[in-house]
Design a protein. Structure first.
Length: 183
C-alpha cells in the first residue's frame, strides 16, 4: 500500500517537492515504512498535546503513532522549512535547501516510527541517538544515489574530511570547556 501525501499547504511548494518526498519514501526499506498511512503537509503544526516545549513556528515535523484503528502518520510544517514571513534575502537559503531538508525530516520521522514500532530493545535515553544515526545513514545513502557522479568524485576524499571534522569538533569542545572553566 502506497503512502498518501496530503497537501494542505495553501501556498506554492518548490518545484518537484512532492516527487522528492515520494523518492525519499521509495529509497527506504518497505519494512521501515510499514504501518505509516499518510504524510500531511501543513502550514504549521497545531497539536494540543504539545505543551510549552515547542512553539508552532519552530516544530518542523511530528510523528503521530498508531491509535486504535487509525494508522501512524507524519505531519510536516512547510512554513517552518520555508520561512515565508522573513525578508527576501533570508528566504533564499531555506528555499534552496527545502528539498534536502524535507527528505532529512522524512527520514527522521520514519526513523522514529521504526524505532518505536520495530525496535523494542531501546531505552528512552537511547532513542534520540539511534534516530539521529538512522537519519544520517539513510540520508547518506540517498544522497549518494541521487548525486552519483559527485559521490564517486569525492569518495576518496571523504575519510580526510571526516578526520578534519572530528578534529574540529574536538577543538571546539576543548574551547567550550576552557571558556566554561574560566567563568
Amino acid at each position: 500500500m502506497a503512502i498518501r501525501i496530503e497537501n494542505q499547504y495553501e501556498g506554492p511548494l518548490p518545484k518537484g517537492a512532492l516527487q522528492q518526498l515520494e523518492d525519499a519514501f521509495d529509497s527506504l526499506p518497505r519494512e521501515h515504512t510499514r504501518g505509516i498511512e499518510r504524510i500531511r503537509l501543513v502550514p504549521f503544526i497545531t497539536e494540543p498535546r504539545i505543551r510549552g516545549q515547542f512553539q508552532a513556528t519552530e516544530l518542523p515535523g511530528l510523528y503521530h503513532p498508531r491509535q486504535g484503528p487509525k494508522g501512524a502518520w507524519l505531519e510536516i510544517a512547510v512554513n517552518v522549512l520555508l520561512t515565508p514571513d522573513k525578508p527576501f534575502h533570508k528566504r533564499i537559503v531555506p528555499r534552496l535547501s527545502f528539498k534536502g531538508n524535507i527528505v532529512a525530516l522524512v527520514f527522521s520521522l520514519v526513523g522514529q516510527h521504526y524505532h518505536f514500532t520495530l525496535k523494542h530493545s531501546l531505552k528512552k535515553t537511547q532513542l534520540e541517538p539511534a534516530i539521529r544515526q538512522y537519519t544520517e545513514k539513510h540520508l547518506k545513502a540517498w544522497n549518494e544515489k541521487k548525486h552519483s557522479f559527485r559521490a564517486r568524485l569525492f569518495k576518496p576524499l571523504q575519510p580526510t574530511f571526516e578526520r578534519w571534522a572530528k578534529s574540529l569538533q574536538k577543538r571546539a569542545a576543548a574551547e567550550k570547556k576552557k571558556s566554561v572553566a574560566s567563568k
